[in-house]
Write a protein that binds this ligand. Structure first.
Ligand code: ZN
Length: 143
């Protein structure tokens, strides 16, 4: 690691920490709706069974993202795995704002079990009207 990359990584970590603390403060004072999901990034895969709710576990690094893991927010606890790789279809995209709140595109729709269907916007779950229903029309509707 060069000195410059060391400084850069420290600065990025600091900014993330400041962002998280600011979010917590603003949530606490009621200025910001509290985030239901936050992102953590790791280079290795998670123990999916041990993954706590409220976390989107991204496998990747500073310049790439491969996978996102989370527990189904309906409460069933089913693990959800989203491909973030540009080479794979379907693929999802995660944007994390300055407060560490993720926005995931497109929506997430469980293909079995609870059939939960939801959007993740700025760390909040937005349930769709058709959640809980199987999606026969899914093929060809992916953006
Ligand atoms: Zn579920």
């Amino acid at each position: 690691m060069t000195f410059l990359s060391f400084v850069t990584s420290c600065r990025d970590r600091c900014m993330r920490t400041i962002g998280h603390l600011t979010r917590r403060g603003l949530e606490w004072t009621g200025f910001l709706e509290s985030a239901q999901l936050t992102v953590t990034t790791h280079s290795d895969h998670p123990d999916i069974e041990a993954l706590p709710p409220g976390i989107i576990y991204v496998v990747g690094g500073p310049t790439y993202q491969k996978w996102a893991f989370l527990k189904c927010p309906c409460g069933c606890g089913e693990p959800i795995m989203l491909s973030l790789s540009e080479k794979k279809r379907p693929r999802w995209h995660i944007d994390t704002d300055w407060f560490g709140r993720p926005t995931v595109k497109p929506s997430v729709w469980q293909t079995a079990g609870c059939y939960s269907h939801f959007w993740i916007k700025k760390g909040r779950i937005h349930w769709t009207a058709d959640t809980g229903r199987p999606h026969a029309s899914r093929v060809g509707s992916e953006g």
